[in-house]
Design a protein around this ligand. Structure first.
Ligand SMILES: *Cc1c(COP(=O)(O)O)cnc(C)c1O
Length: 380
């Protein structure tokens, strides 16, 4: 019997284990030097000025929404094809969520429809584009649209560390580099490219936002004399605004530092796996994904006519595919706000047939051959 093949999985090496053990034996399990070390290494990898490590990707979204001053009465738009956290972070701040349908080719937010929406609705203050599956959104284009209407951009780059798009000058713009967005966020959940167990990162080039994020991550407290009204001595600190405890422990940061060293090799392997699927599935009825240079391949999503049948069949073969995503606007929580079936037809049509195949660097050639053979049996 084939051993189980999931759709995504972490790869932990001896180096990773040694790095964590070293931190466990050090003076700091949390609030120690590993945090800044991870932040600096990550900022360098992404090509951005500042990085702030937090407890998970959802906390990163929440704090970023706060740093953009999301308030009740405002409206923020995102894509319906994403993990619900991309929308939930707006609700945490009491503002309303609206969606813009996906482009049927790239499966990311349709930039033309973004402009229509911004034109019509003055309450929209920001946009949360998602580099879905690893397909980078063209933020240069989105920025030129958003700018006209004074809307900020928070890039959900959870699927795309190491990904990039090519801008109008022919330059590579790495996901999360903050050139066209006020912030970007990443997750270090084990199915993502870099695993911490739980973990997240916010990247930005804006110093004021960076300083505020540091505060918000630790309750809203500051010890920085420049930010304080008074100073009573070495112990003194001030609670400036209401924040959270969204810190990442040093134990997990040390795993992140070690994982980051292998990020490029992992991305290379993901691209190889994608090319093998492209070729292997050529003569079948399943539709392989469109992608551009710079795709980061968090997911490899096919469209299959008999999706449920294929999902169930693969499961009997110990291959555990997944569906990314059930459109967020059709979740009961969002439906109760008035969203309904038919609102975003491209997203709904995409959802009917989408299936994410196993995609992670340690997937072996043999395992991938087995996956392809099994798909072929049902989709000749
Ligand atoms: C994983 C993910 C998140 C949330 O990250 P967590 O670390 O699980 O909180 C948010 N958005 C997208 C697109 C994701 O894939």
């Amino acid at each position: 019997m084939q051993k189980p093949i999931p759709y995504g999985k972490q790869s932990i090496t001896k180096d990773d284990i040694a790095a964590v053990v070293e931190t466990l034996q050090s003076d700091y399990l949390t609030q120690g030097p590993k945090i800044e070390e991870f932040e600096n290494a990550f900022a360098t990898y992404i090509g951005v000025k500042y990085a702030v490590a937090v407890a998970n990707g959802t906390a990163a979204l929440h704090l970023s929404a706060m740093a953009n001053d999301v308030l009740p009465g405002q409206k923020i738009i995102t894509t319906p094809i994403t993990f619900s956290a991309s929308a939930n972070c707006i609700r945490y701040c009491g503002a309303d969520v609206d969606f813009v349908d996906i482009d049927p080719l790239t499966y990311t937010i349709d930039l033309n429809q973004v402009e229509d929406k911004l034109k019509k609705d003055k309450k929209i203050k920001g946009i949360v584009p998602v580099d879905f599956a690893g397909q980078p959104v063209n933020l240069e284009e989105l920025h030129s649209i958003a700018n006209k209407y004074g809307a900020w951009i928070l890039e959900d780059a959870c699927h795309a560390p190491g990904g990039y798009f090519t801008d109008s000058k022919g330059e590579k713009q790495k996901c999360g580099n903050g050139v066209f967005a006020s912030q970007a966020i990443f997750s270090f959940h084990p199915v993502k490219h870099i695993a911490c167990g739980e973990g997240g990162m916010i990247t930005t080039n804006e110093e004021a936002i960076y300083k505020r994020l540091l505060r918000l991550r630790t309750h809203g407290l500051t010890r920085n004399p420049e930010e304080m009204k008074e100073n009573h001595g070495g112990w003194y600190m001030e609670l400036i605004e209401l924040g959270y405890n969204y810190r990442l422990p040093d134990i997990l940061a040390s795993l992140g530092i070690s994982q980051l060293k292998k990020a490029d090799a992992g991305l290379q392997r993901r691209r190889e796996i994608a090319a093998t699927y492209d070729k292997g599935l050529q003569d079948t009825t399943v539709v392989t994904p469109f992608y551009q240079q710079g795709h980061a391949f968090h997911l490899y999503v096919i469209q299959a006519e008999k999706r449920k049948e294929l999902y169930d069949y693969l499961k009997t073969k110990n291959i555990f595919t997944q569906v990314h995503y059930i459109p967020v606007h059709l979740m009961p929580y969002y439906k109760q706000m008035g969203f309904k079936k038919g609102d975003f037809p491209n997203a709904e049509k995409y959802y009917e047939k989408c299936l994410s195949l196993p995609m992670y660097p340690t997937l072996t050639d043999e395992e991938q051959r087995y996956v392809i053979e099994c798909i072929k049996k049902l989709n000749k």
